[in-house]
Design a protein. Structure first.
Length: 586
């Protein structure tokens, strides 16, 4: 937060110098802080000072900070990465004299560009400094995010507390130094924490409950709210007019437009500053569920291929037996063959036809009856299995890999940010370039997860897949299928503005929430919260658990039935005509 309101403690201004019993000297202050924080490096900024002032500086630091490496910086180091070279646990001591007071601050600003959160001591050699100059200087420190700053002037030390408004405080004793640095971040005093975000179920959600109250949900949103509540802050939602891409977000956050942005995947943040990961999410392609097999294929499903082969061999063997029986009964030529074929058809259709010649031989009658019984059992088994299959949905081949994408030619609908990420992954040769042919850019498909178009596939996070699992539990028909094409596993983080004072505190809260198991609990609460937020509308299903049969799906059965009727009619007519012809010839 930044504020233009500055109040200076009147007691300190008017009576403070007289009331302070012990003076705070630079050397003793450095030693006290070194003993408390164990700095890995101490940087001394001594640029543009005179020879006399340099001697004074050496006298000041001659016995300060023993045990810690020290470095004197006498110029501007724009390319110096403090975090990389010296770690973030450093102490910077800036000497401001009459000679360098015009450019000393600029040098510090450029050198410590992204490490303003470290401890900084400003030691003024200027003999006099008015109250207004001190106020302006403290305001500048806060505007540049140098909140861990200590100002030593005439052996008196000052710091500031930005919450709830800018207050300048004089530190009277060395024992108060630690409290001066850490106390200012102990309470936000209801100050605003500006949060930029949107509704992305189940990570961040906002909705109006049944009592008309605004509620916030989602495990990332709850983490941020825990931080705000713990430090007595006030959530302030910011909806700026910016372009919704990395460039626009970076410019907005670097200009301190917002303190926190709720959602960012690690690796895509660019120059943005992010927190520790809140969750690990695996992103996979969710493809339209392929419909069940056409009903004509169901006719072969009751038996396996080996069973069908055995049945074919059985019919051939039975045909041979019937042919031999016909020959044994005195039937010759083609009549014996036709008699055997029609006998097989009668056995398959269980049409008992006992002629006198069958009754004359007991063994032939037994063979015939056993054959009828066997065909009857096989037919009943086949019909029962076929009936059970017709009441189920047998899935077709689902889209599981990139070769299936080419065969089915489905498009994957993503927003612009995901399309850019897909281009990057292809350029890194993690996926074939042909994959980009199936990417279609459109509106954010995650705004309404329950209203997705089944003509497209979607790239969905693992935490969002639970919504579809719950949805499909309530309906007998499946709409989507989770493929094996998982593009990336990413760490979900929050974005914070550069040099945000509460960065380390927020990261600590994330770790504590994870260790306490609250993250897992919040992730399990997604269903109820998603329903309340309107992202997941569950409608009561009245579908029968058995899939209804459709007349048009039985056209193969009707075709076979019609052929059987025609064969029976032609056979009957043929027999009648043959009898008439025989009578006339005789």
């Amino acid at each position: 937060m930044r504020t233009g309101v500055i109040t200076f403690n009147a007691f300190i201004l008017i009576f403070g110098i007289k009331a302070v019993i012990s003076e705070v000297k630079l050397e003793k202050a450095i030693n006290e802080l070194q003993a408390e924080y164990n700095f890995e490096t101490i940087l001394y900024f001594v640029s543009h000072i005179t020879k006399r002032e340099r001697i004074m500086v050496r006298e000041e630091i001659s016995s300060a900070g023993k045990g810690a490496p020290s470095l004197l910086l006498d110029g501007m180091y724009e390319d110096l990465d403090i975090r990389e070279e010296f770690n973030s646990n450093i102490l910077s001591v800036v000497f401001i004299t009459q000679a360098n007071k015009g450019n000393a601050l600029e040098i510090v600003q450029e050198t410590l560009e992204r490490n303003f959160g470290s401890k900084i001591i400003f030691n003024f050699f200027v003999e006099t400094c008015t109250r207004f100059e001190l106020q302006e200087f403290m305001q500048w420190l806060w505007s540049e995010n140098m909140f861990n700053s200590l100002v030593i002037m005439n052996n008196h030390s000052f710091t500031f507390n930005p919450y709830p408004y800018m207050t300048i405080i004089e530190i009277a004793t060395y024992a108060s130094l630690k409290l001066a640095f850490e106390g200012k971040l102990a309470n936000l005093h209801k100050s605003k924490v500006t949060v930029l975000g949107g509704n992305v179920a189940p990570r961040t959600m906002k909705y109006v409950d049944r009592n008309g109250n605004i509620q916030y949900a989602g495990y990332i949103m709850k983490t941020i709210l825990t931080f705000i509540d713990k430090y007595n802050g006030t959530l302030y939602e910011h909806v700026p007019n910016i372009t919704k891409d990395i460039t626009g977000l970076t410019e907005h956050m670097n200009n301190r437009g917002s303190d926190i942005h709720l959602l960012m995947a690690m690796g895509f943040e660019g120059n943005l500053r992010i927190t520790y990961p809140v969750a690990t999410v695996d992103f996979c392609l969710l493809m339209p569920y392929q419909k069940e097999l056409p009903r004509m294929y169901y006719l072969s499903l009751p038996f396996q291929i080996s069973t069908w082969c055995l049945l074919g061999i059985f019919l051939l063997a039975l045909l041979v037996v019937m042919f031999v029986v016909s020959l044994a009964l005195g039937i010759r030529g083609h009549r014996a063959y036709s008699h055997a074929v029609f006998g097989i058809l009668r056995l398959l259709t269980q049409q008992l036809h006992f002629q006198a010649r069958l009754l004359a031989n007991r063994w032939v009658l037994i063979i015939y009856l056993l054959a009828v019984l066997l065909c009857m059992l096989i037919s009943n088994l086949y019909q029962s299995e076929l009936s059970s299959f017709f009441t189920k949905s047998i899935p077709a081949h689902q889209i599981n890999d990139f070769s299936d994408l080419e065969n089915f030619n489905y498009k994957i609908l993503v927003n612009k940010e995901v399309a850019d990420a897909a281009n990057m992954l292809v350029n890194l040769k993690m996926f074939p370039r042909s994959f980009l042919n199936y990417i279609v850019t459109g509106p954010n498909p995650q705004d309404k997860l329950n209203q997705l178009n089944t003509d497209y596939g979607y790239l969905v996070g693992e935490d969002q897949l639970k919504l579809f699992v719950e949805l499909q539990k309530r309906f007998s028909r499946k709409y989507y299928f989770k493929s094996k094409m998982c593009l990336m596993k990413v760490f979900m983080c929050a974005v914070i503005r550069n040099n945000y004072p509460f960065e380390y505190i927020l990261n600590d809260i994330i770790l504590r929430m994870e260790e306490a198991g609250l993250m897992d609990k919040w992730k399990r609460d997604f269903l109820y919260e998603s329903i309340e937020a309107g992202f997941f509308e569950i409608k009561e299903s009245h579908e029968d658990p058995l899939r209804p049969l459709k007349m048009e799906e039985l056209y193969v059965a009707w075709l076979l039935f019609a052929i059987a009727i025609l064969v029976a009619v032609f056979a009957f007519c043929g027999e009648q005509v043959w009898r008439i012809v025989q009578r006339k010839l005789s």
